[in-house]
Design a protein around this ligand. Structure first.
Ligand code: DQQ
Length: 534
């Protein structure tokens, strides 16, 4: 980040300039990670959509390549929209993407394959001559028909793939099957649909192991496996998922009884800004990696002025939590190679109403982990049964509102006088038969420039503070803060545009504005080196 570009990041993926949105076709091929993304080569606003392309050997440092897919044919003349990569037997990758074909944005699905499989960078892609391979048929509306998923191979040797849509006002994932990857047949009933949702964008579907944290190949089916179905829903943009069973015979996804997309208990990858995500199986390290677009919270005018818009979240490993009821996400371990100059605190008591500066790191570009020990759990405020929406609760009880236990956590991207601060914190309540932990990321005072959107995000964190200490990790990078509560059980990503807390003027604090004291059993903070990105 330079003085005239204080919001560019040090270790988050972004192009040198212009507009970026969804991650597309992430994969590993011959030891090299590929990331494609929705990109406007001409401006910092959405439009002229192409697939830009970068590669990496460590998921951290990225080399840009030429644009891989750009509008060039009748089947994609108005944009190369989102899609996915599939590694076919023999290790041959293929891409399915959506072509926007007219000014009404009617959509079709197209296939592209590498021009030269011996180029590990896969720099050139050939669009298949017989595109489009899939067009909308009744009752599908062609303007709501996009974002093919990674395909998987069933035990019957047929390929399967999902496409996002909305049918009869029900958000849906439509299943297509194929014997040869070229001729695709629509399965009559949707793979899954939900009348409480609208258009499904970027559906993702994959197996997770019930016995270990390692990831599994997308085509794995059998014992010790559950399946995850994710959809990206708009207004507000959010990536929701369900855990359930894949009935391959019935061609259906059956969510577990407690798993649902809507309502206050619906699961999300991230309760802040995090959209159009896509996962892939990293066969080199046997893990499933999740990529997601993190949009701006600044005005379009500001985006044009700074000449860019959009970040990708730090790629995350994900796995099924031992309860089997939710996923856990954690930043890819490679990011830790950027850590520098650890600052450590141990067994520090944080009195009610106190703030403790963590100095000795570059607070605008940092990684921090903190572990809290809460002793006076009996004193927790009683949770009102009507407080079912955690985001509303976080806004009502912002960082300045004190309760018995909390808010306590971190003030990041904070100015010296705390005029600007992004507060990431916990609050503990007494619920019906157990404690309830609330995790918030409060951006209401993140910038003195009020043309920025400064929302408050929140979610409940499924940790019992009687059994476990409360942990929080935040990755801070100039205009983005990604926070992981309880070892990655609840994640919240936020954007912030401080006007004072920039570069060397940014500070980091641990704080406790609650009535009761809490103890920091351990805090480690690191400056983060700059990654080589594009
Ligand atoms: N972005 C793409 C679409 C997708 C949307 C267009 C999600 O394919 O549905 O840029 O952000």
């Amino acid at each position: 980040a330079s003085t005239n570009q204080p919001y560019r990041t040090g270790f988050h993926f972004q192009p040198a300039k212009n507009w970026m949105n969804d991650p597309n076709g992430p994969m590993i091929y011959r030891g090299i990670y590929h990331l494609f993304y929705q990109y406007n080569p001409y401006a910092a606003v959405w439009g002229n959509i192409t697939w830009a392309h970068s590669t990496s050997t460590d998921l951290i440092n990225w080399t840009p390549h030429d644009i891989a897919l750009a509008p060039s044919a009748p089947f994609d003349s108005h944009g190369c929209y989102s899609g996915s990569a599939t590694i076919r037997p023999g290790g041959r990758p293929a891409i399915f993407y959506t072509g926007s074909i007219d000014s009404f944005t009617n959509q079709v699905q197209n296939l592209a394959v590498p021009k030269n499989y011996s180029d590990p960078y896969l720099r050139e892609w050939l669009k298949y001559t017989y595109n489009p391979l899939i067009s909308a048929t009744r009752p599908i509306d062609a303007t709501s028909f996009r974002d093919p998923s990674t395909a998987w191979l069933g035990p019957d040797k047929r390929w399967r793939m999902l496409i996002g849509s909305v049918i009869d006002n029900k958000g849906s994932a439509i299943l297509y099957t194929s014997k040869d990857f070229k001729h695709w047949i629509k399965v009559e009933q949707p793979f899954y649909s939900d009348a409480k949702t609208k258009m499904w964008e970027c559906p993702d579907f994959y197996p997770v192991s019930t016995v270990y944290q390692k990831g599994v190949d997308t085509s794995i089916y059998g014992p010790n496996i559950k399946h995850v179905l994710k959809t990206s829903l708009n207004e507000p943009q959010r990536d929701c998922y369900m855990i359930g069973t894949y009935d391959i015979g019935q061609n259906k996804f059956i969510p577990d009884p407690e798993s649902s997309l809507s309502g206050d208990s619906g699961l999300r990858y991230d309760y802040g800004k995090f959209y159009a995500s896509k996962s892939f199986f990293d066969s080199a390290k046997n893990r499933r990696i999740l990529w997601a677009w993190v949009p701006e919270s600044s005005s379009e005018e500001d985006n044009k002025k700074k000449g860019w818009a959009g970040l990708q979240a730090i790629p995350r490993s994900l796995w099924l939590e031992k309860s089997g009821k939710q996923l856990v996400q954690w930043p890819a371990v490679e990011i830790e190679s950027l850590r520098l100059n650890e600052v450590k605190l141990q067994n520090r008591f944080l009195q009610g109403g106190s703030v403790l500066e963590v100095s000795g790191i570059t607070a605008a570009q940092a990684d921090v982990e903190i572990l809290f020990d809460v002793i006076e759990l009996d004193r927790a405020e009683v949770l009102d049964p009507s407080w079912t929406n955690p985001q509303v609760l976080c806004s009502r009880k912002s960082a300045l509102v004190k309760s018995a236990l909390g808010p306590f956590g971190l003030l990041v991207l904070a100015s010296k006088g705390l005029e600007e601060q992004t507060a990431v914190f916990f609050r503990i309540f007494k619920g019906q038969d157990k404690h309830v932990v609330l995790m918030c990321s409060d951006q209401s005072r993140s910038s003195l420039d009020n043309t920025n959107d400064r929302p408050t995000y929140g979610a409940f964190l499924n940790v019992d503070p009687v059994q476990e200490r409360l942990s929080l990790r935040s990755l801070i990078d100039h205009s983005i803060v990604e926070s992981f509560g309880g070892g990655g059980k609840t994640c919240i990503t936020a954007r912030a545009y401080p006007t004072l807390a920039i570069d060397g003027d940014a500070h980091l604090y641990a704080f406790n504005y609650g009535i009761e004291g809490v103890s920091i059993s351990n805090l480690s903070a690191w400056s983060m080196k700059k990654a080589q990105i594009n």
